[in-house]
Design a protein around this ligand. Structure first.
Ligand SMILES: Nc1nc2c(c(=O)[nH]1)N[C@H]1C(S)=C(S)[C@@H](COP(=O)(O)O)O[C@H]1N2
Ligand SMILES: [Mo]
Length: 552
């Protein structure tokens, strides 16, 4: 539970504790630190009073606080209530050349951000993106790396970094050259999209537009990119498939279009983080706060993965996993990757596509131009875009996104206790539904009321029913479902639903709730609290929308 490290940082010995932001006390100017090794995860989003109680309990009860003073000793209270300390002249000055000498663990690992110098050696193991990523910046500026990953531009990241400050750059040092924007070649996007982060681009359509279309228009389809959108020349593009003999089958876009029969599959894609915003209100996961729109539906056209695998020499009875690599890369050249079971890839009923068309149009750049995998019924993360390489082997993809992300954990697992090897990678998703109209915290007129939404289940399970309540779950009405007929066990597309009802006279407010049922009679859990997890994935709790009733 307790992660604390002692280290020399050139100024004084500090008790270093990563997840302890709420539990860090500091004097102002920052010359004294009081650290309580206590798992702060449980306190992040609790009210101030509970936090104070926990701090007292931690201080008195655990008796493990380390107090190391350097300078004056007056304690000013919880850090959360203090302004972030401004740089003081007490920090030593360094040249960029001096910083550059600290480029490995033997010499300590230093980085700069703006004009400040940080010793991040003790943070290497704690870096959520892995130590190898942070080592790329060793001895130099963080700016070019942070330009790639927008999640660093958050207050809590700055706060963590401040804990590792060891100095400042000499005033005569020039500022770092402003990094080339790795996102400069990203495509233009539709202004209606609600942008979660722009670099990388993560955006969802407004809910009321989402339920307007059974097939989500390409421009409105949610976009989930981990990296810049690669620029691909369709003339020179090749898909490489490793064959069982060890040779490589290389296919051009023309080969894929001409030599393999074209199939069309209507399939819904849902990000594992869909509806994370609701989880973040329980306890912040510090990950993309998707509302209900990290899901969309399209008709995909392309070659069957099965046909291409057979062409490469694989047999239906083979086993293992099929791994995919994209063309989108980070600074270290690491590409996006994921895998699916061979069985799903090869099954004639699996309908896995190598798609070059989306809703009858050429696959848009944001969605993987010129080629992406579509794995119907399976979490968005495995539907690798900008597909470059396919390999088959006994093990799952080694990628970060297969091994260290997109997995589900118990409510009680924390970043300190998580063991990623224990949980299987998410593949098929569970039953899901959400309300898209009316919008939360708006006002509806008394009388007629239309409630709209979507429902979908993973693994090809058909949605058979959507129940809607206007009174928080006391009484229920069945919504009308619309959608396409799909084959049993291959219901890859969502259902849109609608309930035309009336607001009972005298009602002041409505607590609208929806829940769906699939062919296996899988249902959604009532509350999000018990299914909260550190990654904020797989939220399929009953969706709730509160509105007021009044004359508009
Ligand atoms: N190459 C590549 N493939 C990728 C991703 C990515 O960042 N790079 N994101 C994945 C995730 S997490 C999701 S949810 C879907 C989103 O697909 P979309 O942007 O077409 O909606 O793509 C998946 N495939
Ligand atoms: Mo995702």
């Amino acid at each position: 539970m307790i992660l604390s490290r002692s280290s020399r940082n050139g100024l004084c010995t500090l008790q270093r504790t990563y997840w302890l932001r709420e539990m860090t006390w500091r004097t102002c100017p920052p010359t004294c630190w009081v650290r309580i090794p206590f798992c702060a995860h449980s306190t992040w989003d609790t009210a101030g009073s509970r936090r104070r109680r926990l701090m007292v309990a931690a201080g008195a009860g655990l008796g493990v606080c380390t107090i190391l003073a350097y300078g004056n000793h007056h304690r000013q209270g919880a850090k959360a209530e203090l302004p972030v300390p401004t740089p003081t002249p007490s920090f030593p000055r360094f040249t960029r050349e001096e910083v550059a000498r600290h480029h490995n663990e033997a010499n300590r690992v230093w980085v700069t951000y703006g004009s400040e110098v940080f010793d991040v050696t003790d943070f290497l193991e704690l870096h959520p993106g892995g130590r190898s990523k942070i080592l790329l910046a060793a001895g130099g500026a963080l700016e070019p790396f942070w330009a790639l990953y927008a999640m660093h531009k958050q207050e809590h990241v700055q706060e963590i970094l401040q804990e590792y400050k060891v100095g400042e750059l000499s005033p005569e040092e020039p500022p770092p050259p402003s990094p080339d924007d790795p996102y400069a070649n990203d495509p233009p996007r539709h202004p209606a999209l609600r942008v979660n982060t722009s670099k990388p681009f993560n955006a969802e359509p407004p809910p009321e537009l989402l339920s307007e279309y059974f097939l989500t228009p390409n421009q409105l389809f949610f976009k989930r990119n981990h990296l810049p959108v690669p620029v691909v020349d369709p003339e020179t593009y090749r898909l490489c498939i490793q064959s069982p003999s060890g040779q490589t089958l290389s296919l051009s876009l023309q080969d894929l279009k001409k030599n393999f029969q074209k199939h069309e599959v209507t399939a819904t894609l849902q990000c594992a983080g869909n509806r994370r915003a609701e989880m973040n209100t329980i306890q912040n996961t510090n990950r993309l706060g998707w509302s209900v729109g990290a899901i969309s539906n399209a008709c995909w056209g392309g070659a069957r993965l099965r046909d291409v695998l057979i062409q490469a020499g694989y047999q239906p009875g083979d086993e293992g996993h099929v791994s995919f690599e994209g063309l989108d890369k980070d600074h270290s050249g690491t590409v996006y990757g994921a895998s699916i079971p061979f069985k799903k890839a090869m099954s004639p009923d699996g309908d896995v596509l190598l798609a070059y068309e989306m809703n009858g149009e050429e696959l848009p750049r944001d969605h993987g131009f010129p080629l992406r995998v579509i794995v119907p019924g399976v979490v968005g993360a495995r539907n690798v875009k900008w597909l470059a390489r396919i390999t088959v082997g006994p093990e799952e993809s080694k990628s970060h996104w297969q091994q260290k992300d997109y997995k589900g954990f118990s409510r009680s697992v924390t970043w300190e206790t998580v063991d990623f090897s224990k949980a299987p990678a998410i593949q098929e998703m569970s039953i899901q539904s959400a309300i898209t109209e009316p919008s939360p915290e708006t006002s509806v007129s008394p009388g007629e009321l239309t409630v709209k939404g979507y429902a979908w289940s993973g693994g090809g399970q058909r949605v058979i029913r959507v129940d809607v309540s206007l009174d928080g779950g006391k009484s229920w009405q069945e919504a009308t479902l619309t959608g396409e007929e799909q084959l049993p066990g291959r219901a890859w597309a969502w259902k849109l639903w609608q309930l035309d009802t009336s607001v009972p006279a005298g009602t002041k407010e409505l607590n609208i709730v929806c829940k769906a049922v699939d062919t296996s009679y899988n249902v959604q859990p009532e509350h999000v609290g018990p299914i909260w997890n550190i990654l904020g994935v797989l939220n399929n709790a009953w969706h709730r929308v509160h509105v007021c009733v009044g004359e508009n």
